[in-house]
Write a protein of this length. Structure first.
Length: 272
């Protein structure tokens, strides 16, 4: 358990978003649980303006296939998925006035249902500093922290594979710090979507304010052992408080990766 102070969630009716109040200990927050939740749909019309980040023009939500209050990135939902892989760089979060939260992950399910199996990294700004750690999760449980160290800029590699007979293997590797975590867990979700996501996680049943995470790269990724064949319509933006706060690039030239950035400006696609 991380020995730092986080914040208690005081829930106010503000468009389903989370506002933050008095600090509590990490064990108390863990009891409440940080959950990387299924996609919560947002109407693109809820985000008519950007937040001024970036140097290009604001990327219209209508240029993508979906909008959400807690997810941004890419998702596939046209098949049944039994395996997903992905690599990403742990983004660097910057200082905010109040605590803010972000997660980078790969997973199966959750795009159009309430099931979800996933693994990723958490990047939060709380108690006056940035916090980084790794986790895995199967809903409805909250995320389970992985004790190995994680730092901003680390290169992560992950896989989730259906072993048959209801068992799935979740594997997460920090290539930079040279460790690998693996666990076999029972999971019975339908496998109707696969995704690579930058998320504003859920605390106490409400979506947290997204951390200012800068930019990160998801590349490469696979589904069912092959190239995912990403197209822009598979991508989605995050909208919070009527502002577009997280935006992916178009897919890279070999359709297996993308960049995603804080703000309303779409970054350039990564080099394949």
């Amino acid at each position: 358990m991380r020995q730092f102070m986080k914040t208690a969630a005081t829930l106010l009716a503000a468009g389903g978003l989370l506002l933050i109040s008095a600090p509590v200990s990490a064990p108390a927050l863990a009891a409440a649980g940080i959950v990387n939740a299924p996609r919560q749909v947002a109407n693109p019309g809820q985000g008519p303006h950007g937040n001024g980040h970036g140097h290009g023009g604001t990327a219209s939500p209508s240029a993508y296939g979906w909008a959400s209050s807690n997810w941004s990135g890419y998702a596939l939902d046209t098949s049944t998925y039994s395996a997903i892989t992905g690599q990403w760089v742990v983004p660097t979060v910057s200082r905010t006035k109040g605590p803010t939260y972000s997660s980078s992950w790969i997973g199966i399910d959750g795009f159009n249902n309430s099931n979800l199996i996933q693994t990723g990294t958490e990047q939060d700004y709380a108690s006056g500093g940035a916090q980084y750690y790794a986790w895995w999760e199967i809903l409805p449980a909250a995320e389970t922290e992985i004790s190995d160290p994680v730092a901003a800029g680390d290169h992560m590699s992950a896989s989730i594979v259906n072993d048959g007979n209801g068992d799935w293997t979740i594997t997460l590797t920090d290539i930079t710090q040279n460790w690998t975590f693996s666990t076999v867990q029972a999971y019975s979700g339908p496998g109707t979507s696969a995704e690579w996501i930058e998320e504003a996680p859920t605390i106490g049943g409400h979506v947290a304010t997204l951390a200012h995470y800068g930019q990160t790269t998801f590349n490469p990724g696979t589904v069912n052992g092959g190239n995912p064949g990403l197209v822009t319509a598979d991508g989605g933006v995050m909208i919070q408080r009527r502002t577009q706060v997280s935006t992916p690039s178009v897919p890279d030239s070999d359709t297996d990766g993308f960049n995603v950035a804080y703000g309303s400006t779409a970054p350039s696609a990564p080099k394949s």
